[in-house]
Design a protein around this ligand. Structure first.
Ligand SMILES: [Zn+2]
Length: 236
């Protein structure tokens, strides 16, 4: 067989092998990516929760401020009451006082309500943090496992890359450029076997003349229909 054709077949075989590692690598990384997505979701939940806690605390301090203001007002009312002269004035102040006390009471109730929610949210936050910590530990373990598995793959790939470089360095540059051009659209099927006298790249029948040329293997022959480099597998 033509040496360059042989090289092209081997080059293509190696590149196909490299391509086959892609789903393998994806599968290795998949459990880690799943955990990382879970972490992201947890972090988002935590962030939202912290924002809610911040808002509740803000509402609480607004109510506390309101109470302080109302207590100040009560003091003023008390001072005025000491100085009033008429029953009418006294009554008016009494109404004002009652109103202020009612407002204080409802602000206190609101604070109590907010604190209950706050307690619940803080518990939820602690729970989430615990979950996140556990997840972080799982991720660390998984990272080690993934790295180890990928290293094995990487070594295999390095070997293939080395062989690939060797073939390319020995290949006629014109033929290599020609192969690269086909690869641009055909990808890893740039070099493809004839099966049942049809191009396995485009599935079109190969006529007898072209077929016999390919069988001879003296030259690099391309499919007349699609342009892929053709060859016949040894068992054919
Ligand atoms: Zn074809």
């Amino acid at each position: 067989m033509n040496k360059f054709l042989k090289d092209l077949i081997e080059l293509n075989r190696l590149e196909r092998k490299l391509k086959e590692f892609e789903p393998v690598e994806r599968n290795i990384k998949a459990p880690l990516i799943k955990l990382e997505n879970q972490r992201k979701a947890l972090e988002e939940r935590l962030e939202k929760l912290e924002e809610e806690i911040k808002n509740i605390k803000l509402k609480r301090s607004k109510n506390e401020l309101l109470i302080a203001e109302l207590k100040e007002k009560l003091k003023e009312i008390e001072e005025k009451q000491a100085k009033v002269k008429s029953e009418k004035e006294f009554k008016a102040l009494q109404i004002e006082e009652e109103l202020a006390r009612e407002q204080i009471e409802s602000a206190n109730e609101e604070i109590e309500r907010l604190e209950k929610i706050l307690e619940q949210k803080e518990e939820e936050k602690a729970e989430l943090k615990k979950e996140l910590e556990k997840l972080e530990a799982d991720i660390t373990l998984q990272e080690v496992e993934v790295r180890e598995k990928l290293e094995v793959i990487e070594k295999q790939k390095e070997e293939i890359y080395k062989n690939r470089e060797k073939i390319i360095s020995e290949l006629n540059p014109k033929i290599y450029r020609f192969y690269e051009k086909i690869k641009r659209w055909a990808g890893i099927t740039a070099v493809t076997p004839i099966r049942k006298q049809a191009c396995s790249g485009c599935n079109m029948k190969i006529n007898d003349k072209v077929f016999s040329e390919v069988l001879k293997g003296e030259e690099i022959v391309t499919c007349p229909h699609c342009g892929r480099v053709l060859y016949v597998e040894e068992e054919e």
